[in-house]
Design a protein around this ligand. Structure first.
Ligand SMILES: [Zn+2]
Ligand SMILES: [Zn+2]
Length: 343
C-alpha cells in the first residue's frame, strides 16, 4: 500500500509499505483523512525527543477512516463503521492505565511516532481504540477528534464556569479547538491572543469573542478593560512559546486558573517570581495529551453536533501534496486553520 514514510530525519517520501493484516482483537481501517500537526514536523526535522519517536515511521496521529476488516474476537466494531482513532496505544495494564490515566502510560506507544500512523491507505489498530461516529459527522471533521481531545482535556481541567472570562494564548489548532470547547460552558468572553493577523471568520465561528494581535495591542489592557481590572478567570496557554507562560500567569486574576498545554521545547529556562503562585492564589494545570475517557467524550460531543470543529478545516489536499501541506504549516503567517491530507 501507499504510505508517507520518514526513514530518518530529513529523508522522507511516499513509498510502498506492507499492508497490515488485523490480528486478533484488531481492526483494519482505511484512512479517510489525516491532520498534519506541528509534532509531525518535529519527526521530519529530528527535533522530537528520542523517547517519543522510532524511525522509520509512517506519520499521522490525527485521523479517521472506515473499517475495512475485523480480526478474530472483535465484536463491537463492524466492517463499514466510520471511526475516529485514539492516538495512544496505551498498555492497559500499567499502574497509570489502571487508574484511567492512559495518557501517562509507562509504555509510550503512539500512532505516527512509534507505530505506523494515518499518512497511509490502511492502519491496523486495537478495536478498543476506535470510536464509531454518526453519519452527520464527516471523516474530515472526525480526524480532528484527536487534537480536540487534547484541547478538551485542558478545558475540563480549567474548571471554567458560566460567565467567566477566558483567555486563550496561541491561536493554533489546540487554541482554536479550545475556543470551541469553552463555548459549551458559556463564558462571557473568549479572548484569543496571538502574534499574527487573524482571519476573523473561522475564528469567531469557533467561539472567540475578541481577538488580540500582540504586535498591535496590549493583551493586559484588553483583559483589564473587560474584567474591571481583575484579570481572566481562566487562561489557556497553547502557544508553545516560552514567552507565553509568564504572559499566562500575568493575565490570570487572583484565584484564577492557568492551563499550560503548549510545549516550548526542553532547552528553555524561565525566571519567575516564586511567590507569584501563593500571592495570586493561582491554580496551574499542566496538560499532557488526553485520556481514553476524554477521547470518548469528545467523539460523542462531535458526533451529536454539540461540539463543532468544522470551521477549523481550511485545506484538504491529497497525500501526494504533502510538501505543500508542510509548507503551509511552516510558513503560517496568519491564523490559517487546519490542513488535512487524504491518502
Ligand atoms: Zn497533533
Ligand atoms: Zn499503561
Amino acid at each position: 500500500m501507499k504510505a508517507f514514510v520518514v526513514q530518518e530525519p530529513g529523508r522522507y517520501g511516499i513509498e510502498q509499505w506492507p499492508q497490515p493484516i488485523p490480528g486478533p482483537g484488531q481492526v483494519l481501517v482505511r484512512v479517510g483523512a489525516v491532520g498534519i500537526c506541528k509534532s509531525d514536523l518535529e519527526v521530519l526535522d529530528g527535533t522530537r525527543p528520542a523517547a517519543y519517536v522510532r524511525y522509520p515511521v509512517v506519520l499521522g496521529h490525527e485521523w479517521a477512516g472506515t473499517v475495512e476488516a475485523v480480526g478474530d474476537t472483535v465484536r463491537e466494531i463492524a466492517v463499514g463503521d466510520r471511526v475516529a482513532v485514539e492516538g495512544h496505544n496505551f498498555c492497559r495494564t500499567c499502574v497509570f492505565c489502571r487508574r484511567g490515566e492512559t495518557n501517562l502510560c509507562e509504555h509510550y506507544n503512539e500512532f505516527g511516532f512509534t507505530l505506523p500512523g494515518g499518512y497511509s491507505e490502511f492502519v491496523a489498530v486495537r478495536a478498543d481504540l476506535v470510536h464509531p461516529f454518526s453519519p452527520t459527522l464527516s471523516l474530515e471533521e472526525a480526524a480532528l477528534c484527536e487534537p480536540a481531545s487534547c484541547a478538551g482535556y485542558g478545558v475540563m481541567r480549567s474548571r471554567v464556569r458560566p460567565g467567566d472570562t477566558v483567555v486563550i494564548i496561541g491561536p493554533g489548532t489546540i487554541g482554536l479547538l479550545a475556543a470551541a470547547w469553552f463555548t459549551l460552558y458559556h463564558p462571557l468572553h473568549i479572548i484569543l491572543v496571538g502574534r499574527r493577523a487573524h482571519d476573523e471568520g473561522p475564528v469567531k465561528q469557533l467561539g472567540a469573542t475578541r481577538l488580540v494581535n500582540l504586535q498591535r495591542e496590549d493583551a493586559r489592557a484588553v483583559v483589564n478593560s473587560l474584567t474591571d481590572g481583575r484579570g481572566a478567570d481562566v487562561v489557556f496557554e497553547a502557544a508553545g512559546h516560552i514567552d507565553a507562560v509568564p504572559l499566562a500567569f500575568d493575565l490570570a486574576r487572583r484565584g484564577g486558573t492557568v492551563v499550560l498545554e503548549g510545549i516550548a521545547g526542553g532547552s528553555h529556562r524561565l525566571a519567575l517570581d516564586p511567590d507569584l503562585f501563593c500571592l495570586k492564589d493561582l491554580r496551574v494545570e499542566g496538560i499532557f495529551a488526553y485520556t481514553s475517557s476524554v477521547f470518548t467524550t469528545t467523539i460523542s460531543l462531535m458526533s451529536s453536533g454539540v461540539l463543532r470543529v468544522g470551521p477549523l478545516i481550511t485545506r484538504v489536499l491529497p497525500l501526494e501534496a504533502y510538501a505543500e501541506a508542510f509548507r503551509l504549516l511552516r510558513e503560517r503567517t496568519q491564523v490559517s486553520g487546519k490542513v488535512l491530507l487524504k491518502p
